[in-house]
Design a protein around this ligand. Structure first.
Ligand SMILES: NC(=O)c1ccc[n+]([C@@H]2O[C@H](COP(=O)([O-])OP(=O)(O)OC[C@H]3O[C@@H](n4cnc5c(N)ncnc54)[C@H](OP(=O)(O)O)[C@@H]3O)[C@@H](O)[C@H]2O)c1
Ligand SMILES: *[C@@H]1O[C@H](CO)[C@@H](O)[C@H](O)[C@H]1NC(C)=O
Ligand SMILES: *[C@@H]1O[C@H](CO)[C@@H](O)[C@H](O)[C@H]1NC(C)=O
Length: 326
């Protein structure tokens, strides 16, 4: 028998997902307004080769942005670049290797980007893994925590000086971080952030998505304090029909495979909130929001706990070998 501590996160995740799917089916989905052109502006989208990230990248390219897809699969990345160039007639789309499961790879990626001497107006922290079997990143962090959260924590911090230089009073640079309704289930287990004592894939995914919301709010707090022209917001894309579910336990995967196209949001629809948060003038200069269906929504109560945000931030600086900047 599975112990209760492993079953509860699964049931709670399925409960939340079912609720969101029903809301999606019964409600009207958010339609993107006409968005302004962004010619000459530069964006990095992690995990932009597939799923939500692909459609986010494509829309940004359509708006004239120079889009850099940061990903861990060169073949997929180059194929996505080719398709986006073909569909949007924007040549300024490229792939940059970045394996978020390796701090060395993240540092290399930033170094390669900096060597280009480009500005950076937008960073979309989109890449993610879900319900993967127990595993570790190159640096020994639990896979969900390491890839979804800590990798993006490091990447953002390393790119922050370029974002600060690129943002202006009338055109703030933006950090957009893709979380999930699953964060409502999340608990930060500070005694065992890496799930070494007991591993629940559902618990670990939820924890990583809550960590991303806490990170977003605290980042916004620091940016406001220092008065820089950069904003940070979190996005909830809904329940979306992508490859993210490939590690789901078999019966669930079968249901998703057979009915997903009908019941879930398409990847293109799933990208609308990310796109809106990335470029809408409605959010000019506005940070610290949780955006769902193109509107500001309340995130989990615990995500507003500034003590917790700060504790996680300091811990994350240490884990990613950054000077503590809280
Ligand atoms: N789909 C949903 O229902 C849903 C709901 C809520 C939130 N989200 C969030 O939305 C975001 C996008 O997910 P998606 O649904 O579009 O899934 P997806 O199609 O699987 O896309 C995820 C992307 O992240 C990349 N990635 C995974 N590990 C990486 C690593 N170590 N380094 C760099 N890139 C890596 C993947 O590349 P490879 O596959 O090549 O590794 C892929 O390009 C995720 O953060 C996810 O948590 C999705
Ligand atoms: C890249 O993705 C393709 C499938 O899209 C897969 O066949 C290939 O093995 C992947 N390459 C790496 C290095 O993971
Ligand atoms: C980098 O760009 C700035 C302006 O964006 C320019 O002044 C500088 O000369 C460039 N440096 C290099 C090495 O290209």
């Amino acid at each position: 028998m599975w112990p209760l501590c492993l079953i509860v996160p699964v049931l709670r995740n399925y409960y939340i997902a079912t609720k969101v799917v029903l809301q999606q089916l019964l409600g009207r989905s958010f339609l993107l307004p006409v968005l302004p052109q962004h010619d000459g502006k530069v964006a990095i989208v992690t995990g932009g080769a597939k799923g939500i990230g692909f459609y986010t990248s494509k829309h940004l390219a359509r708006l004239g942005m120079h889009v850099i897809i940061a990903g861990n699969n060169e073949t997929d990345g180059n194929e996505a670049v080719r398709r986006i160039q073909q569909d949007t007639l924007n040549e300024k789309v490229e792939f940059l290797f970045c394996d978020l499961a390796s701090m060395k790879s993240i540092r290399n990626c930033v170094q390669n980007f900096k060597a280009r001497n480009l500005s950076l107006h937008l960073l979309v922290n989109n890449a993610g893994v879900m319900f993967v079997p127990e595993g570790r990143t190159k640096d020994g962090f639990e896979a969900h925590f390491g890839v979804n959260y800590l990798g993006h924590f490091l990447l953002t911090n390393l790119l922050l000086d370029i974002l600060r230089k690129s943002g202006t009073k009338d055109f703030n640079a933006r950090v957009v971080t893709v979380s999930s309704a699953t964060h409502l289930n999340g608990q930060l287990n500070f005694d065992d952030l890496q799930s070494s004592h007991s591993y629940s894939a559902h618990g670990a995914y939820a924890q990583s998505k809550l960590a991303l919301v806490l990170f977003t709010y605290y980042l916004q707090h620091l940016l406001t304090e220092e008065g820089s022209y950069v904003t940070a917001n979190a996005v909830d894309p809904g329940v979306v029909n992508t490859d993210l579910y490939k590690h789901l336990w078999y019966p669930g995967r079968f249901v998703k495979w057979t009915t997903g196209w009908l019941l879930l949001r398409s990847a293109e629809d799933g990208a609308t909130s990310s796109i809106y948060t990335s470029v809408s003038p409605d959010l000019e200069g506005i940070g610290g929001c949780y955006i769902c269906n193109g509107g500001r929504t309340k995130s989990a109560d615990v995500s507003y706990d500034m003590e917790l945000q700060k504790k996680l931030w300091i811990e994350s600086c240490k884990m990613s070998a950054l000077p503590v900047s809280a």
